[in-house]
Design a protein around this ligand. Structure first.
Ligand code: SF4
Length: 376
């Protein structure tokens, strides 16, 4: 399926800085980048800033060697390399979520090598299931909001927050419709295009994104293909990278019907309540997110979530994507694979890298796995 609007999303992924540079030149506004994706973007948007999701790109890696060990994960290495190489020169600010030891250390390094006018960490709770977790997250959100207030010079109002919540909820709702369309009629949009749209949605102005998504959803719904007779696959991991990996699933007759990825369904799965206290609403969304390697929820452990979702969706195979040197993912891997094996769900583990994954070998492994679980 090829539509003009789809092409806009593809170009945004190809050149993530283009749109934001044009926005900055035209509007003279400020851009606040964020590492994916446990960051309250709505706060940044409500302040009138452009929230820009940093999610990989082609870049020289030599400069980063002086600042990060080779065993830091490739997402963090690639992100810092983009900054060092001037490819994030439009940023006025940066928010890093504390998802692991690597992100905890990164802020200090980034401040040292590429200081920005606004820099802060979002310190996620470790014990998500404790009753005090919500109080803690609200406090953390208030701290970040206060800093954003100072940075723009006036307080972010409840009305501004409410407008941002509505816009983000609408974007997420449209993206969920896209996932649903793909699950019911995989011929309507390929796996690669679906995840291209999600990735692009982190770097396109959110008001414009709403219009683009509305158009895309209505075009695809009109031309919806045949019901799902493809091999159902679930993808689990921290990040989906590189997107080209999905070509092999597309070519092998597979349809991805679920994921727990930071740049996938986990990004858009739930909304922020539009009534009540805004910071509490943001905290509640954060605390109920799909579990991930760095954010496990006692009453919804990731391995249980994986098995339960795979069974509910009738998944034929699970692909575990492992960003090289992602420590939280290392710890989760054995629990996840054992739980899947016990439930009789075939799984394949693949190691990937931002910017430098050898696709040749991966294609053979993915195609062999797809063949085993019922693909073409
Ligand atoms: S990929 Fe893993 S190690 Fe890297 S920033 Fe994310 S959670 Fe941390």
């Amino acid at each position: 399926m090829n539509t003009e609007v789809l092409e806009i999303f593809r170009q945004a992924v190809e050149d993530p800085g283009k749109e934001v540079r044009e926005w900055k030149e035209k509007k003279g506004g400020k851009v606040v980048g964020f590492l994916l994706t446990d960051v309250p973007e709505e706060l940044i948007h409500a302040a009138g800033f452009f929230p820009f999701g940093i999610c990989g790109g082609t870049v020289r890696m030599d400069q980063v060697e002086a600042h990060l060990q080779f065993w830091s994960c490739s997402y963090v290495r690639n992100s810092l390399a983009l900054a060092l190489d001037g490819k994030l020169d439009f940023l006025d600010g940066l928010v890093i979520p504390h998802t692991c030891d690597t992100t905890r250390m990164l802020m200090g390094i980034w401040k040292h090598v590429r200081p920005l006018p606004f820099m802060d960490s979002f310190r996620l709770p470790r014990q998500v299931g404790r009753p005090s977790a919500k109080q803690y997250v609200v406090g953390e959100l208030r701290r970040i909001k206060d800093r954003l207030d100072d940075f723009r010079g006036t307080e972010i109002t409840d009305e501004e927050l409410s407008q941002s919540f509505k816009l983000y909820n609408s974007n997420r709702n449209l993206l969920r419709k896209l996932f649903n369309l793909h699950e019911q009629n995989p011929a309507s949009i390929s796996n690669k295009d679906l995840y291209t749209v999600v990735k692009a949605s982190m770097v396109i102005e959110r008001e414009k994104l709403n219009m683009l998504l509305s158009e895309l959803v209505s075009v695809l719904a009109e031309n919806a293909g045949t019901p799902n007779d493809k091999t159902k696959i679930f993808i689990s991991g921290t990040f989906l990278e590189p997107l080209d990996l999905l070509n092999y699933i597309d070519e092998s007759g597979g349809a991805i019907v679920g994921d727990d990825l930071k740049n996938g369904f986990r990004y858009i799965e739930s909304d922020v309540a539009e009534a009540g206290d805004p910071l509490e609403a943001l905290a509640e969304r954060q605390l109920k997110r799909i579990p991930s390697a760095s954010y496990d929820i006692p009453e919804n452990l990731r391995r249980h979530f994986l098995v339960k979702t795979a069974q509910q969706k009738g998944v034929q195979g699970v692909i575990l994507l492992h960003v090289k040197y992602c420590e939280p993912e290392n710890y989760d891997y054995y629990d996840n694979i054992q739980a899947l094996e016990k439930a009789g769900i075939p799984a394949l583990r693949i190691e990937t890298e931002f910017g430098d994954t050898s696709l040749g070998q991966l294609s053979t492994r993915v195609q062999a796995f797809m063949e085993m679980v019922g693909g073409e």
